[in-house]
Design a protein. Structure first.
Lengths: 119, 622
């Protein structure tokens, strides 16, 4: 890890907030503004969360890869649920968010290990 | 302190440019678009904002030391400001999202969200439903109407976020910081193709270049060239392995790409192939897996596409265009639009902008031909174009090939421009920090220079960049007359969808309308332009086909007439006699008549509600 541990923790918090915001957006009836927020959540906030990215990638590539991966998860989950005839926006959203939370948990564990080792 | 003069001046230019742009928005009227497109609607304040952004970029490229803490914050902010003045103005000044195809995509999203299924019989593009399904998921319980804000700002948003992977690719291709910033600025102004709207190909472009950047970063080996191919294949131990987590991400991105768009995976494969064959990267299995996945999708989920359009897929057949009619009743509507004035300027700007970028790339290749990575960059710039010969896709393949080639073209051009602005001595990686000496010349004192050239080149660069940015607006938004969507049009179409019984027939002159943005499986929507083409200029045949379609509602807009003339190959004034004929038919009634839309309703339609009062013919007189 080349970034300060405080930034890593801030990244985890930002990523958690993004997951909560996305969940709230998908559960509560959205408006145009909440959609804009969701887009920001998908594209911008993962960039903040990306400071906990494990491989040593440059910042631009980290943000691009994290945002792409966030979107690709929703694309693949939605496509698969359509393919097996169980698609609904709520179900696909729930699976996508669950996968996101698993990834988040994995990141928290990795950050905790790295931080503990650093201290 | 003198070393801070250039960054401070650039920062001031950015602040002033941002303020000018914000002030320009209230005064920008999208209906002011003319034959040269949206450029005619941009206010002097908007052009001044663009000029300020160009000045800021030129100052950073030419006078701010690479590696300093100011270089990238100022450089990137200036490029984003430039993109905002090009793409953001139309987005923020318009009441509704522009470009009819984006509305069709909303229709696909609404269909998937409502039915939970895809049917390529409704539209063959639903064969690649990944991005549409993801948008349906994101739009949640309210449906695609909640996406209208995102649709409106999509071109601006995509043009900005794609800078991230493009920048990463430029760095992997060995460009210094000045060259990278110059290349990003060139990318911003040369991206006129218009594939970055609310569409799967825009998402695909972002995914594809993220994949390319990851592959270049993680598995670059700079090893044997193609001349030593046998040795490279025989020495796998020399190849660095990508981290497993990143491989998973690459697979995920590849799967999302394959499910979202038909052409983008092919373009990505065309770019990956030279990298693998020349030994630039070690990830040999990934392109093979990507190709296999693409083939699997084509033969399973997307069969509805190629069954219906197999000839088009391989360029055997192309879209037809013929048929001319003439006449008049709604001249007051069509006269608002210029048909040929400025059209040549728009086409010329597109060709010219492309040629400038290609010429710069060619000059750069000639100058740095001894550098291996420059030759590789040139190969990548050329790689997308052979696909055009395989599959024209209605002529769009050439545009998309240029779009995929663009990051590599500007990589070549940016290297040359940066060297012109601040020459690099042989063997020097980065230009030295400019030294600032006392001088009577203000500009020389402002930016400092080593060889005397930057003092001259900064203003020249700013002027050239501003001219190219202006040309970019003409090239990118040159079709604004026919692609603009007004609030009245959207309200009228929504009224029709809300009021018509299911299985009604909604006839439009062309598809340039927010039609099929919802309920696409609930109504028939034939187009008169198709009747005209099939009739080979025989007016009676058009009328008989029109009668046979038994329309319940007919929608006419001036944009449709113009689109038929400019891009459908139909004659000048082709729509007017048909509109006259429709109005004269028994049972026909003009329900909506506004400057930008006419809706004719027939007695048999069974409409359940009256049109909104502000859209009726009576509203005009009041």
């Amino acid at each position: 890890m080349t970034v300060p541990s405080q930034l890593q923790i801030a990244g985890v918090v930002a990523f958690a907030l993004s997951a909560i915001a996305l969940t709230a957006h998908l559960v509560v009836a959205p408006s145009a503004w909440s959609t804009a927020l969701a887009v920001l959540t998908l594209v911008v906030v993962p960039g903040l969360g990306a400071v906990v990215w494990v491989p040593p990638l440059p910042a631009d590539l980290t943000v691009a890869a994290t945002a792409s991966a966030s979107i690709a998860v929703i694309v693949v989950v939605s496509a698969v649920t359509i393919g097996v005839d169980v698609y609904s926006p709520a179900l696909s959203a729930a699976i996508s968010v669950a996968l996101g939370l698993v990834a988040l948990a994995a990141r928290i564990v990795l950050v905790a290990r790295t931080t503990r080792a650093a201290w | 302190m003198s070393s801070l003069i250039a960054p401070r001046t650039a920062a001031l230019a950015i602040v002033v440019g941002t303020a000018l742009w914000l002030l320009s928005i209230p005064g920008t009227d999208p209906t002011g678009a003319t034959g040269i497109g949206f450029a005619a609607a941009i206010t002097p304040l908007g052009w001044c904002a663009m000029a300020a952004a160009a000045v800021a970029i030129a100052l950073v490229v030419g006078a701010v030391a690479p590696g300093s803490r100011w270089f990238w914050p100022l450089g990137l902010t200036a490029v984003v400001l430039l993109l905002t003045t090009i793409h953001g103005t139309v987005a923020f000044a318009s009441d509704e999202p522009r470009f009819f195809t984006a509305y069709q995509h909303l229709g696909f999203i609404e269909y998937i969200g409502r039915t939970g299924a895809v049917d390529t019989a409704e539209d063959s593009r639903l064969g690649w439903f990944g991005a549409f399904a993801a948008a349906a998921t994101i739009s949640g319980v309210e449906g695609p109407s909640s996406l209208l804000g995102a649709v409106r700002h999509a071109p601006w948003l995509f043009s900005v976020v794609v800078l991230l992977p493009v920048h990463a690719v430029l760095r992997s291709l060995g460009l210094g910081e000045r060259a990278r910033l110059a290349a990003l600025a060139m990318f911003a102004v040369a991206n006129w193709v218009g594939q970055d709207y609310f569409a799967p190909q825009a998402l695909g472009y972002f995914l594809a270049f993220t994949i390319l950047a990851l592959v270049l970063h993680l598995t670059r080996i700079d090893g044997p060239s193609v001349r030593h191919l046998r040795r490279w294949w025989a020495a796998p131990s020399q190849r660095p392995a990508a981290p497993p987590a990143l491989l998973m991400v690459l697979v995920l991105l590849g799967a999302g790409l394959i499910a979202s768009h038909q052409l983008t995976p092919l373009m990505l494969l065309a770019l990956l192939a030279p990298m693998v064959l020349t030994g630039t990267v070690s990830l040999r299995a990934y392109p093979a897996a990507l190709a296999l996945g693409t083939l699997c999708w084509l033969t399973t989920a997307a069969t509805g596409f190629w069954e219906g359009e197999v000839g088009r897929l391989f360029g055997v057949t192309s879209s037809d265009s013929a048929g001319v009619t003439s006449g008049s009743v709604s001249q007051n509507l069509t006269e608002r639009l210029s048909t040929t004035e400025g059209r040549m300027l728009v086409i010329g700007s597109r060709v010219g902008l492309s040629l400038v970028v290609i010429l710069l790339a060619a000059l750069s290749l000639w100058r740095y031909r001894a550098v291996p990575v420059v030759r590789l960059t040139a190969m990548l710039a050329f790689a997308p174009f052979p696909l055009v010969a395989v599959q024209s896709y209605g002529g769009e393949s050439l545009l998309r090939a240029f779009f995929f080639s663009l990051p590599f073209l500007v990589a070549l051009g940016g290297r040359l421009v940066a060297d012109l602005v601040v020459p690099v001595k042989p063997g020097e990686q980065q230009p030295a920090q400019p030294t600032h000496r006392s001088s009577t010349r203000t500009m020389r004192r402002l930016i400092g220079d080593r060889a005397g050239r930057p003092a001259r080149m900064v203003p020249i660069t700013a002027v050239v960049l501003l001219v190219l940015a202006g040309v970019s607006v003409v090239a990118r938004y040159g079709n604004e007359e026919s692609e603009r969507v007004s609030s009245d049009q959207l309200a009228a179409v929504d009224w029709i969808y809300d009021s018509l019984p299911e299985r009604s027939t909604i006839v439009s002159f062309t598809g340039t309308l927010p039609l099929r943005h919802r309920d696409l499986d609930r109504h028939r929507t034939p187009r008169i332009s198709a009747f005209v083409r099939l009739s080979d200029g025989q007016v009676d045949s058009v009328y008989s086909q029109l009668a046979a379609s038994e329309p319940d509602v007919v929608i006419y807009t001036p944009q449709q007439a113009l689109f038929g003339e400019q891009q459908g190959g139909l004659g000048n004034g082709w729509a007017e006699p048909i509109l006259d004929h429709l109005v004269s038919l028994d049972g026909a009634q003009v329900a909506i008549e506004r400057p930008d839309i006419v809706v004719i309703v027939f007695d048999r339609s069974g409409l359940t509600a009256a049109p909104p009062a502000h859209l009726t013919p009576e509203a005009d007189g009041s």
